[in-house]
Design a protein around this ligand. Structure first.
Ligand SMILES: [Zn+2]
Length: 148
């Protein structure tokens, strides 16, 4: 899920396309469950702009040609207009794009797998999971994340 965020929705789609009839098999149910978890999980991180509310959005600054972007846990914010404005001001002329902190947002930021992984790395930070170079997300940790 963290190493290849687009893989699970892709796999689910494939299963749905191939099957006959409407019965769901165990794998399909499991994938749906994982996706639902990624959508409803509440971030615990506090907004770096106001240091009060919990974060709800992350922002992305695309390069002029749109081929590259920058992203960071520091570019996240809560629901307040003041915090969104602060991030816009920080980005200067290039208005940042805001996305809800949800799993499905990852594939909306970019279609490139290596870049989706960069977004997932920021999610690790937001959800208080091992973060940064050399940190490993063990199967146990990932399971804990999705089952709590
Ligand atoms: Zn805030």
């Amino acid at each position: 899920m963290f190493n290849e965020p687009g893989f699970i929705p892709w796999q689910l789609n494939l299963i749905r396309k191939r099957k006959n009839g409407s019965n769901k098999n165990a794998l399909e149910k499991h994938l749906e469950w994982l996706i639902a978890k990624g959508e409803t999980r509440e971030p615990q991180m506090i907004c770096p702009q106001c240091n009060k509310e919990r974060v709800e959005y992350f922002s992305v600054r695309y390069s002029y040609d749109g081929r590259d972007f920058s992203i960071s846990p520091a570019y996240t914010c809560c629901d307040s207009a003041r915090c969104t404005e602060k991030l816009k001001a920080m980005a200067g002329g290039r208005g940042p794009h805001f996305f809800r902190i949800r799993w499905s947002s990852i594939t909306r930021v970019t279609t490139r797998k290596s870049d989706q992984k960069r977004v997932a790395d920021v999610f690790r930070h937001i959800f208080n999971l091992p973060y940064g170079k050399g940190s490993r997300l063990t199967a146990e940790k990932a399971f804990e994340f999705f089952s709590s």
